[in-house]
Design a protein around this ligand. Structure first.
Ligand SMILES: Nc1nc(=O)c2c([nH]1)NC[C@@H]1CN(c3ccc(C(=O)N[C@@H](CCC(=O)O)C(=O)O)cc3)C=[N+]21
Length: 299
């Protein structure tokens, strides 16, 4: 069996950020201000802090404004809602991202519902979920949009291909299935109650793994030559002599890469695409909300 080609998400993300930078500069020239992204972090989860810091750095590196709002973990929900309302009304803010998960005393759906859908660069608001399902323009969640960009870059047209999405979350699995359907794939959504998951996965030309279980998808589940997109980011317990465990996906890379035609690595695959697409969505939001024309497909 030949080795799968490695899909370079990190490299693709760098190219996407280049294109976003050019479009952001063009926006600034036309609008007389920079595009702006507001990121709200509640609490001090260390992993979330790392993501937010990276988002902030990359936003500024692309020539956009980054407005960071850090709230203590015990912030009342009403205060967070008031902040979101303020950002909705702020003309310098084109995109709003409230980092999830929120502390347990907050209702995530209620917070997301308060974001102006036209600033919802995460694509989590029900209005954007409905737009995606209906084929109307809106905002698409960053991780699945990044996955489709990688798939189209690798395969060209996805029309008629059998795609299996493992996982049914609102953030990845469900929007991923919608996007693949819009690309005319035959889509199966598998989940924890699916019977004979290996047999379902073996039918797929495209496998998207988004379950959150380290190395669950094995090489002998993969149809030879299939394209495998690994959305999982799992930290293994530290091995002997390690301080930090290694980062692995939901796919057993060692065995799957012996069978697949192409596969994304973890890290360096889907993860970097998520932030790059967030920046893309932000610069798109800026143009739409300012009424400045943009060829969105060219980014
Ligand atoms: N409202 C909201 N929107 C999000 O988009 C969102 C969120 N909340 N909460 C947390 C998750 C997680 N997330 C990631 C972004 C980048 C990497 C990434 O760049 N990963 C690197 C590795 C990073 C590392 O070494 O830890 C990689 O896969 O190569 C991972 C995960 C966005 N999220």
């Amino acid at each position: 069996m030949t080795e799968a080609s490695i899909i370079d998400g990190k490299g693709f993300a760098a190219g996407l950020r280049e294109r976003v930078s050019r479009v952001a500069a063009d926006f600034e020239a036309k609008a007389g201000r920079k595009a702006g992204l507001a990121v709200v972090l509640v609490g001090e989860d260390p992993a979330s802090q790392v993501y937010v810091r990276n988002k902030n750095k990359q936003t500024v590196a692309c020539g956009m404004n980054s407005f960071e709002h850090k709230l203590p973990v015990e912030t009342p929900e009403a205060d967070l809602l008031a902040l979101v309302e303020k950002l909705n009304a702020d003309p310098a803010v084109d995109g709003i991202l409230v980092q999830l998960p929120l502390p347990s005393h907050m209702n995530e759906q209620k917070v997301i519902a308060t974001i102006n859908p036209d600033k919802d660069v995460d694509g989590f608001h029900v209005v954007n979920v409905g737009r995606l399902a209906t084929g109307l323009p809106g905002f698409v969640p960053c991780t699945p949009l990044g996955c489709v960009m990688l798939l189209k870059d690798k395969l060209g047209s996805l029309s008629g291909l059998d795609a299996v999405v493992i996982g049914r979350s609102n953030i990845v699995g469900k929007p991923m299935a919608q996007l693949l359907l819009a690309e005319s794939c035959t889509v199966t959504i598998a989940h924890s109650r699916t019977r004979d998951l290996p047999a379902v996965v073996r039918r797929a030309d495209i496998v998207v793994a988004a379950v959150g279980r380290a190395e669950m998808v094995k090489g002998d589940w993969i149809k030879p030559g299939a394209t495998v997109i690994d959305v999982g980011i799992n930290r293994l317990p530290p091995a002997e002599g390690e301080t930090k465990g290694k980062l692995v996906g939901d796919v057993d890379f060692a065995s799957a890469s012996q069978v697949a035609g192409a596969i994304t690595p973890v890290p360096g695959g889907v993860g970097p695409m998520t932030i790059a697409v967030l920046l893309r969505n932000t610069v798109v939001a800026a143009h739409r909300n300012a009424g400045i024309g943009l060829d969105e497909n060219a980014i």
